[in-house]
Design a protein around this ligand. Sequence first.
Ligand code: 5AD
Ligand code: SF4
Length: 335
Amino acid sequence: MAVLGRDEIINYLNGGNDDGLYSAADSLREENFGREVYLRAIVEFSNVCNKKCNYCGLRAANSKVSRYRMDVADIIESANLAAEAGARTIVLQSGDDFSYSPDRIEEIISGIKGAHDVAVTLSLGDRSAAEYEHWFKCGADRCLLKLETTNPDIYGKIRCGEDFHKRLELLRSLQDIGYEVGSGIIVGLPDYTVEQLVDDLLFLSDLGLDMIAAGPFIPHPDTPFSSAAAGDIDLSFRFTALARLLNPFSNIPATSALDSFDPEGREKGLQRGCNVIMPSVTPVSKRGNYNIYPGKNAVSVDVADSVSRAEELICALDFVVSASKGSSRRMNNVE
Ligand code: 5AD
Ligand code: SF4
């Protein structure tokens, strides 16, 4: 795989050769994953969050959100329904809600893994490395911890005083523990530059991630960034296509945020280097309140419908839903 130089990346990000970029990303995905797309079902089990990220509708200060916490039995039930509908990975996601004790998270992991042969991904935010290590021993397979930006100053500003280096340290600890680890950024945050996106791309690629996610910024009306300009969806497609060129074997999702700009956003993503779709399987009564950005979870469908809609999207493009758990192929294939 030829290494891309900085100038070349900038040219691509500026739209210098979209056709060439997208077809190279698509060929590389095809070479490494064939027609298989991985479907990961997300259970957004709590929208309670103690953080104040300026871009996110779930921030603690947003009193307009109707908050919910699912109990252990309901979380396991949603996961099991998704597994029965065909999902081979369950992603457990919440805000930074530390009311779930390590034991309760353990109960959820064991409940799901005891009933189905699925991978479990944790997307729980800044819990301690010791807690994550415990959950790894309980059978959790993967973690998702977004950096959102790889610039420490911007990180501090958009996440209201949080420390980038602490987040990075946690991410590295997760890798050391043995998890497959995913991370990513938001494309087009306020005051973002193309130069910064090149830095993000190179930084994320250097981390040796099993999964890389990037979606366009969508201003949420009840956040400090309500009047900021939205991210550019084309820049987001270019970013993920370049991520594919630099990380041939990593899993790269076509994020739901793409659909908020273009009803065929995720389809386009799959044709431009992405190989993962992550439908929400949060119960209908709760999903509308997991409103990270406008348009998120806009469709009200039950667990089985949500999985089958994702399958239809995949099949309509002549891809197939992978029957495997879609474990990382990166480690077996590093050049
Ligand atoms: N626009 C786009 N993506 C967002 N996220 C949070 N807020 C926004 C927004 N306003 C993304 C972040 C977070 C994930 C759950 O959603 O990357 O990690
Ligand atoms: Fe909380 Fe995550 Fe939203 Fe930040 S991005 S406010 S940590 S849910």
